[in-house]
Ligand binder design. Structure first.
Ligand code: BV8
Ligand code: ZN
Length: 220
């Protein structure tokens, strides 16, 4: 099992959330990534997501994404469980990807609930509208929202059966996702953490590899 966070996409040029140049250094999550923020100002929230989508459309998978995708082709059962919404694991060729926090390329109608894939960058209309006339929201999980039940159940299952887990590029502070490495460890899994710096989880990891994910995975 490979469990990833924003750090795995950093070498692609995608900003992380909590680092020096992270989004949460410039903005408050309460203003951009909650239902309340969206209800208050859907245009502002959509402008931020539209900006991130446009940035992503110029980026590509890095050696970390590519190496992880290669593992799936070389070994029998490799699952990627990611907190990222950027779609870079999928673009690198990983097939078994469980997206805990949704997908920035999906929009969902707040009126009829219909989801669709929308790759338009920049968006022609902000906020984008559904065929039914309702306002759409980004297909991501905001703070205070439950994770998609089916994806969470799959992630727990993968975790419970994992022999080896890589925890890559996550500060391991956003729950319930951050609890997965501990869950795996409790089941006897060997956990390898890759990060530029120690995290909330590092004290409990079996092996800590300090450095850039792309470089380290390339060398493994
Ligand atoms: C829920 C949206 C329940 C998508 C994101 C106290 C107060 C308020 C709330 C809470 C609280 N305590 C707990 C909570 C709950 C809350 C939470 O955990 N808050 C924390 C922060 C305190 N969680 C939730 O609200 C979750 N839902 O609990 O629901 C419920 C149940 C039933 C009914 C109703 C409700 C939902 C959480 C989802 C939040 N959504 N984003 C988007 O727009 O993208 S979270 C945001 O953080 C990101 O999206 C990302 O997915 C997530 C995790 O961040 P990381 O990926 O770890 O990124 P970060 O920048 O932090 O770290 C990067 C790391 O990479 C660093 O360690 C860095 O060193 C490293 N790195 C950098 N470069 C490299 C590298 N490593 C290697 N190589 C490199 N090159
Ligand atoms: Zn609709």
């Amino acid at each position: 099992m490979v469990f990833t966070g924003a750090g795995v996409s950093a070498e692609s040029g995608v900003p992380t959330f909590r680092g020096e140049d992270g989004y949460w250094k410039k903005y408050r999550p309460e203003d951009l990534a909650t239902q309340e923020a969206f209800a208050r100002n859907p245009k502002l929230v959509w402008e931020w997501y539209d900006f991130r989508r446009s940035l992503l459309s110029t980026k590509k998978p890095n050696p970390a994404h590519l190496r992880i995708a290669e593992w799936e082709r070389c070994f029998q059962s490799v699952h990627v469980v990611t907190q990222n919404v950027d779609g870079l694991h999928q673009r690198a060729g990983s097939q078994k990807v469980h997206c805990l926090h949704g997908d920035i390329w999906v929009t969902q109608c707040t009126a009829c609930g219909q989801s669709e894939r929308n790759l338009q960058t920049p968006l022609r209309e902000i906020p984008p509208r559904c065929r039914c006339g309702g306002i759409q929201r980004p297909g991501v999980v905001w703070f205070g929202e439950p994770l998609p039940q089916d994806v969470w159940r799959q992630a727990e299952q993968v975790c419970a059966g994992a022999e080896l887990m890589f925890v890559i590029g996550t500060s391991a502070v956003v729950y319930p996702a951050a609890g997965l490495p501990s869950l795996a460890k409790a089941r006897g899994c060997f956990v390898v953490e890759i990060n530029l710096e120690p995290t909330e989880f590092t004290a409990r990891t079996d092996l800590f590899l300090r450095g850039r994910a792309g470089e380290l995975l390339g060398a493994l």
